[in-house]
Design a protein around this ligand. Structure first.
Ligand code: FES
Length: 182
């Protein structure tokens, strides 16, 4: 699964998506073979493939939207949701899977109330599965914002998320205090 309902766009986001997509489309031909290079470039620039961008590409290449969507969901490299401020990647390689990687994934899904491939509505966290990240001795492994977390248990999942929650509260407090001083 690669994510369900698209998240709501933020103010000004749709305009940015449309402008970037139009620019990318201009640089490519309109043949069907251009589809993958186009959506690769959109993802590179925007960090994901927004629905309005896929619709725009379908119109430009004169192909059904569902074709663009099928290609985007077929290849693992494409993501349909914006990356969260914190990116959580749960390793599902063989060693991690054997050591309970799916339990770790379940714990994140439950705590964040999203599914694998999705982003929380406040865009704080995105959750995805990755293949072996090369440190099987530490299985099950989770990569959080490029930091490898070793031998992750459901309790550790709570701990990881709690750290971010505390961090966020402290930042909010600092901002409030900063605002009050002005
Ligand atoms: S299988 Fe997870 S690090 Fe290798």
């Amino acid at each position: 699964m690669k994510g369900g309902e698209a998240l709501e766009l933020l103010a000004g986001e749709l305009e940015q998506i449309q402008a970037e997509t139009a620019e990318i489309l201009q640089q490519h031909g309109t043949g069907r073979q251009e589809l993958i290079p186009i959506i690769q470039e959109i993802q590179e620039r925007l960090g994901y493939l927004p629905k309005p961008a896929m619709e725009q590409v379908a119109r430009a290449l004169d192909i059904p939207e569902v074709d663009v969507y099928s290609v985007a969901t077929f290849y693992n490299q494409f993501r349909l949701n914006p990356p969260g401020k914190h990116q959580i990647k749960v390793c599902m390689g063989t060693a991690c899977h054997m050591m309970g990687g799916h339990i770790v994934m379940d714990s994140f899904e439950r705590r964040l109330e999203i599914k694998e491939g999705e982003t929380t509505p406040d865009r704080e966290f995105s959750l995805e599965r990755v293949a072996c990240v090369g440190c099987c001795a530490l299985a099950p492994v989770v990569v959080v914002d490029e930091k490898v977390e070793a031998k992750v248990s459901p309790i550790r999942v709570d701990g990881i998320l709690l750290t971010f929650e505390i961090e966020k509260k402290e930042q909010e407090k600092e901002q409030q205090e900063g605002g009050a001083e002005e």
